[in-house]
Structure formats: structure tokens, C-alpha cells
Ligand binder design. Structure first.
Ligand SMILES: [Zn+2]
Length: 397
């Protein structure tokens, strides 16, 4: 179920760079200052990762991921990017200056790196416990359609998922076992109290703005100093200084693993990997994501969600994604990507084999970039006073 859209005509500058890792060191990052903020060129990023990149002009509509050819596809003036076949959203839009396309340094460190190389995210810990959080409950029905309520569909997916994860040897804790409401801070505390845990919140979407809106999306917590995907203020000069968490990149890696599995197993529209300051994401201190498994406000998709076999497929796709995240910690194995699932092949490494010495060089240059970032400050984790509602009203960033 996808919204028919025209792919923007590719008339913009096409940048294609293929380069092996070995010649790349710290000196090769060329930081460009724009209004006091640090940017890097798309060409520079493409060279660093050894991945072909393309910049297409913004044309109003979202890029159709099915037609994307390059591992890195950016949209001029937009926060939209397609990375390895899945949509994602930058913190800040791509800008153009002197014929070059520039990306904020924050996004290179906080978005591009964990999305392109989730298996290199530091401190991805061993996963022993999965805390499943079926959204809403009790008096809080969540979204409602003619077939039922979000709270019931989410609980059913979590129950199905629990069995699948337990059969793989994972411990599972549910934030709620039945139809009752659990405060959002309690849900987060359950995850924080569990050893070696990750937190997976399950929801279904709704909107009053567009009855045809469909598709999957997944959220992790917005990094410090950055706007959420649904925020309209998106320049580095309008920074929100709300705290991030110490597990920003681990959470994004978890998003990548689950989201590629979702899209790879179930052909729903790709709304993308997004950021939000939902309470359950803000209050968790462990890798945490919130999945929106389709729209109850769209006729066809609500019928799917109401089908228990389809919910079983959804649970199975999430469980495979969680397995892939666990493999990051144990084997540093890159997760399977949308295309891998669609080909139904076994997991294979998705990057060139490189020597250990070369690896260190590439990594240290990136660490310099992250360490010196004008925006990054991972130690600040105090809870901001402003509370953000669990659901995001705007659905199109
Ligand atoms: Zn919800």
C-alpha cells in the first residue's frame, strides 16, 4: 500500500565517487564553515565511505525508494536521504554553496555514520533482555479504526513478538501484559532497570491531515542540539539545546536493523527512520526505538493491521531486526538491508574487506570529526522540563 508519487526528475548535479578506504585519513575531512557552523561536502562523505552518492533536486514529492540506484541519495535543500534503499531524515537540510552540496557535521556523526555503518557504532552492548512496550492501554485506546483500537493491535503484536524472541533465547519483559494503562515514565524505568536491555515500543499511526497516508516509520531519540523530524525549525541557528542521550547512535543502529527488516519483509510505504523526543524515548537510558506499524486511518492499511496473520508477519519482521541488532554486538556483523531481505539471501558483509590498519585510520578520522563536533555533547543527559506528547501530530516532516 503506497502513495503513488512521481520520482523527481534527476537533472541536478550527479556526484559519483568510488574510492577505496585506504587513502583516507583525518586530514581528508574538509570542514566548510557556513554562518559559523560546520559542514562537509557530499563528495567528501562519499569518498570517506567509498559509496557512490547522488544529489537530486527537491521536487515536492518524496523520492520513490524503489527507483533509487545509489547507496547514498540526497535531496537538495531537504532533510530527506535514502541510505542503502531505506528513507531516513537528517537533522538539518542539505545546503548548496558554490556548486557544492553540504551536510552538517552533526548529521555526518549522528545520522550518516550510524546508518551507513551500524556495525561500527561503539559500545553496542550485549543484548540479554528485550523490553517490549505495547503503546497505550486501558482508558488510552490510542488510534481507533472500524476494526478496533491501536492499544489492542499493539498488545497482540508484542505478545506474538515475545514468543519469537524467547525462542531465540532472549529474555522478554512486557511493559504491560493486558489492557491497562502504564505511565510512560514507568515504561522507561522498566527498561532502565533491566540488565543489558533494549526497548522496543509498538504503535500504529493515525492522522487527520491525509486519509491516504500509509506506511511504516521508526523513531529514535533526537540528538542534543538538533530538531526532531517533525519540527519545522531546522537550521543550526535555531538549535534546540534539549539533552540527547548517551545511546543516540546505538538507538539509531537499532532503528536501522528493525526498519530494514520491516521494509524487506512487508511491502508497505517507506516513511523513514526519524527522530522524536517522545517521552518513552527521552526517559530510557538504553537503546530505544518506537515503531509505527502502519495507519489505522487508511482503509486498506487498517484492514491489514486488523488481520492477525498480518500482525504475525509484522512481529516476525521486528524479531528478525532485533536478531540483526544482537549480531552487531556479538559479531560486529552488518545488518541485512532491504535488498538483502527482498532477495531472501543470507546475511553477507555489505562493505569492502579492509585491513585492520586501514580500518583504524578511517575510524580515527571519523572520531576526530565526532569528538570535535560543534553540537555533540553526549554527557548531558538531564531530563528537560518540557514534556513532549507521545504521538507526533505532523506526519510529513
Ligand atoms: Zn500510539
Amino acid at each position: 500500500m503506497t502513495i503513488p508519487m512521481k520520482r523527481p526528475v534527476v537533472i541536478g548535479l550527479v556526484i559519483v565517487c568510488l574510492m577505496s578506504y585506504h587513502a583516507f585519513g583525518a586530514a581528508d575531512w574538509q570542514i566548510i564553515k557556513v554562518n559559523g557552523h560546520d559542514y562537509l561536502t557530499v563528495e567528501n562523505i562519499s569518498k570517506f565511505y567509498g559509496l557512490p552518492a547522488e544529489v537530486v533536486p527537491a521536487a515536492g514529492d518524496k523520492v520513490q525508494t524503489q527507483t533509487v540506484k545509489n547507496p547514498l541519495e540526497f535531496v537538495s535543500g531537504s532533510r530527506e536521504v535514502i541510505i542503502n534503499g531505506a528513507r531516513s531524515w537528517l537533522c538539518f537540510p542539505l545546503i548548496e554553496q558554490d556548486g557544492k552540496f553540504l551536510m552538517s557535521r552533526t548529521d555526518v556523526a549522528k545520522t550518516i555514520e550510524p546508518l551507513v555503518r551500524p556495525h561500527r557504532v561503539p559500545n553496542v552492548g550485549n543484548v540479554e533482555t528485550v523490553v517490549l512496550d505495547p503503546g497505550h492501554g486501558g482508558h488510552d485506546k490510542g488510534a481507533v479504526c472500524r476494526y478496533g483500537s491501536e492499544k489492542d493491535f499493539a498488545l497482540d503484536v508484542a505478545r506474538k513478538l515475545r514468543g519469537l524472541l524467547q525462542s531465540k533465547g532472549l529474555r522478554v519483559i512486557m511493559t504491560r501484559e493486558g489492557d491497562y494503562f502504564v505511565p510512560l515514565d514507568v515504561r522507561a524505568q522498566i527498561a532502565n532497570a533491566a540488565r543489558d536491555s533494549i526497548f522496543v515500543s509498538i504503535h500504529f499511526n493515525a492522522t487527520n491531515d491525509d486519509p491516504d497516508a500509509t506506511g511504516f516509520e521508526i523513531f529514535s531519540f533526537t540528538p542534543r542540539g538538533a530538531p526532531s523530524t517533525s519540527d519545522s525549525a531546522v537550521t543550526p541557528t535555531s538549535l534546540s539545546m534539549q539533552a540527547g542521550t548517551v545511546v543516540d547512535n546505538q538507538s539509531l543502529a537499532l532503528s536501522v536493523c528493525i526498519y530494514h527488516s520491516l521494509l524487506g519483509h512487508i511491502p508497505e510505504f517507506d516513511r523513514g527512520i526519524k527522530r522524536a523526543r517522545f517521552a518513552v524515548l527521552r526517559l530510557t537510558r538504553v537503546p530505544a526505538v518506537l515503531i509505527e506499524g502502519g495507519f489505522l486511518t487508511e482503509r486498506g492499511e487498517s484492514r491489514l493491521i486488523a488481520n492477525k496473520d498480518w500482525r504475525g508477519k509484522l512481529a516476525a519482521a521486528i524479531s528478525v531486526g532485533i536478531e540483526n541488532y544482537r549480531a552487531l554486538a556479538i559479531k560486529k556483523q552488518p545488518p541485512m538491508l532491504v535488498a538483502d531481505y527482498r532477495r531472501q539471501t543470507k546475511p553477507t558483509p555489505t562493505e569492502p574487506v579492509i585491513q585492520e590498519g586501514e580500518l583504524k585510520e578511517a575510524d580515527s578520522s571519523l572520531m576526530d570529526l565526532i569528538g570535535n563536533s560543534a553540537f555533540a555533547s553526549p554527557q548531558q543527559t538531564s531530563t528537560p522540563s518540557q514534556r513532549v506528547s507521545l504521538e507526533s501530530a505532523p506526519i510529513i516532516p
